[in-house]
Design a binder for this molecule. Structure first.
Ligand SMILES: [Fe+2]
Ligand SMILES: [Fe+2]
Length: 283
């Protein structure tokens, strides 16, 4: 049974000028920081998945179809982030070339030196994390779902689709390897490894944002940053224990009504893109 995920290019309409949220600047900057990372991680995930195709059982063409669909969905994600990142860079949020090059080199090194099973365990662990991010956003953080806001629109669409392909890497790992302990190692390793890269970017952009602040303003800003992180971790950590159950199946995660509604909205926006391409409606 294939994952039935849909590959969309929604006609997202968002404000590209005011990218910082007045009420929660640190939260929006953390998301903007994260937006510079899909161009590193997602082409890498795709390479691993394409490489894994020949290891998948001959009697599972559905899994090979899942890999193809997964690659197309993830490719759209990093392309859309890069469209947003142009505006982030214009607003001064620029990741230095050496930082981006080092991240690419780090992942390239893993691809060249780790076994297929290890790489798939990393992908499965990483995708477990993005599923929980999606669940967190749609189940508990509607205050971050802001219609018309650049980073919020991109993240809502991206995470809704992360929910859709939530089981692909897990299923490929189960088919190719399935070892429980390696899956656990991939989960823990990917969480800290990927967060190491993202936190570098968060620090860079938040330090930049805080330049010129008074000590009191800086203290208040750090407090808001911690509150944002605490809010996610307090929700995520107890639930993450579920991932550690030997027969954990991400495919069983239910979509919150807000997530279902979002996917419908992106279906409609993707149809709009198609109509625009066909010249059926004015741009
Ligand atoms: Fe993605
Ligand atoms: Fe993903």
């Amino acid at each position: 049974m294939s994952s039935e995920l849909k590959v969309r290019w929604p006609n997202l309409k968002f404000d590209r000028e005011n990218i910082i949220w007045d009420d929660m600047p640190e939260a929006s900057i953390i998301w903007i920081s994260g937006s510079s990372f899909p161009i590193v991680i997602e082409p890498w995930l795709n390479r691993v998945m394409v490489k894994s195709r020949k290891f998948v059982s001959k009697d599972r063409p559905d899994l090979r179809q899942d890999i193809d669909d997964f690659v197309r969905q993830e490719s759209n994600h990093y392309r859309m982030h890069e469209e947003f990142n142009v505006h982030a860079r214009e607003a001064g949020f620029v990741v230095p070339e050496d930082m981006q090059d080092a991240a690419h080199a780090d992942y390239r090194n893993l691809l060249q030196n780790k076994s297929m099973n290890w790489l798939l365990a990393y992908c499965a662990g990483f995708e477990n994390f993005t599923l929980f991010q999606a669940r967190w956003l749609f189940e508990t953080a509607p205050d971050f779902c802001r219609e018309g806001d650049g980073i919020s629109e991109v993240m809502m669409w991206h995470l809704a689709e992360e929910y859709e392909h939530r089981k692909v890497c897990h299923d490929i790992y189960a088919n190719v390897c399935g070892n429980y302990f390696l899956r656990m190692w991939g989960l823990v390793y990917s969480f800290f490894h990927m967060n190491g890269h993202i936190q570098q970017r968060v620090k860079l952009f938040l330090d930049q944002y805080r330049e010129g602040m008074t000590p009191a303003e800086r203290k208040a800003s750090i407090k808001r940053e911690k509150a944002f992180n605490r809010r996610f971790m307090l929700w995520f950590l107890p639930r993450a224990l579920k991932i550690m159950v030997p027969f954990y199946d991400p495919g069983k995660a239910k979509a919150h009504p807000r997530l279902q509604q979002a996917l419908k909205k992106y279906d409609a926006l993707a149809a709009e893109t198609e109509a625009l391409k066909a010249g059926a409606v004015p741009a």
